[in-house]
Ligand binder design. Structure first.
Ligand code: SAM
Length: 289
């Protein structure tokens, strides 16, 4: 069954008595080439267990089953479950779970399904919930080697932006703490049914086994990053007033002692710079002289 064919997709959905659910971000892939490229990028080792979010009608799932040890796919739309039973019937290395990826206990699921094999996430993500899904995967510190996802092209630019560029933001700096982001390729709206309003891109996050530097306080690091970008036009020293009980002169001396200009803005600091600054703030707050 050629699942990238629009007529096959329509026929399968009509047989199942279902329609595209916009509220679930359903834009199904119709390009064989794109599906194959995403599946190829998902992991290095064939021994990997792939966690797929939103299998839809199973197009990417089939390609992942062909390449890797096992696929565990979580789908929120109950109407798609019987259809997936049909399209994935030829594969004995797939488990489909009906559920919301924001609610499923992913750690328990991985422990149960992966049995010690490497695990990677691969998905054509529903765009309405891209950032919350990524943050949930990262903050939970799941034992993942990588996350390969199709997302809106604009969001991909932001995730992979270099410090100092206009696209660089809090999410870029936070992601830089968990892994190395690479923008792999762009995908046009014509490769989906129905076509989304925006173009898309595939990014891969290779997760660090150990963070590049360990902050004294993760909570303070994230507070500093978010405050630095909350009002982009403010200088860093002004943006940070309020994240710690330090006066402006003290904050300024911490910023300049790290080698930054007194008027530096948040977008010029790399993740490592933020870690160093948050550590300096933490130390000053706890051991004021
Ligand atoms: N993988 C298919 C493909 O590439 O053709 C479908 C991708 S479509 C962009 C996103 C899929 O995610 C849909 O099947 C949708 O129902 C599912 N989905 C949306 N929100 C979800 C959630 N919170 N948890 C699990 N699946 C979700």
């Amino acid at each position: 069954m050629e699942l990238t064919s629009p007529s096959v997709i329509r026929a399968l959905m009509s047989e199942a008595g279902i329609t595209f659910r916009k509220e679930f971000g359903q834009n199904f892939l119709t390009s064989r080439d794109v599906v194959a490229r995403i599946a190829d990028s998902a992991a290095e080792s064939e021994d990997t267990v792939i966690l797929e979010i939103g299998p839809g009608i199973g197009t990417l799932t089939q390609e992942l089953c062909e390449r890797y040890r096992k696929v565990v796919a979580i789908e929120i739309d109950r109407g798609l479950i019987p259809l997936l039973g049909k399209t994935l019937a030829p594969y004995d290395n797939v488990t489909v779970i009906e559920g919301d990826v924001m609610k499923v206990d992913l750690r328990a699921l991985i422990e149960r399904e992966a049995e010690g094999h490497p695990v990677a996430v691969c998905a054509n993500l529903p765009y309405y919930i891209t950032t919350p899904i990524l943050m949930r995967l990262l903050e939970a510190r799941l034992p993942l080697t990588s996350i390969t996802v199709m997302i809106q092209s604009e969001v991909a630019d932001r995730l992979a932006a270099a410090a100092g560029s206009a696209e660089y933001g809090a999410i870029t700096a936070v992601l830089g703490y968990y892994g190395k982001v690479s923008r792999l390729f762009t995908v046009s709206a014509g490769c989906f049914l129905p076509p989304p309003k925006v173009s898309s891109a595939v990014v891969r996050i290779d997760l660090y086994k150990e963070p590049p530097a360990v902050p004294r306080s993760e909570a303070l690091l994230f507070r500093v990053i978010h405050a630095a970008f909350a009002q982009r036009r403010k200088t860093l020293v002004n943006a940070l007033s309020g994240v710690a009980p330090l006066d402006k002169a003290t904050l300024l001396s911490l910023i300049t002692s790290q080698g930054h200009s007194p008027t530096v803005r948040g977008e010029c600091l790399s993740t490592r710079d933020f870690i160093a600054l948050a550590d300096a703030i933490d130390e000053k707050t706890k051991r004021p002289q």
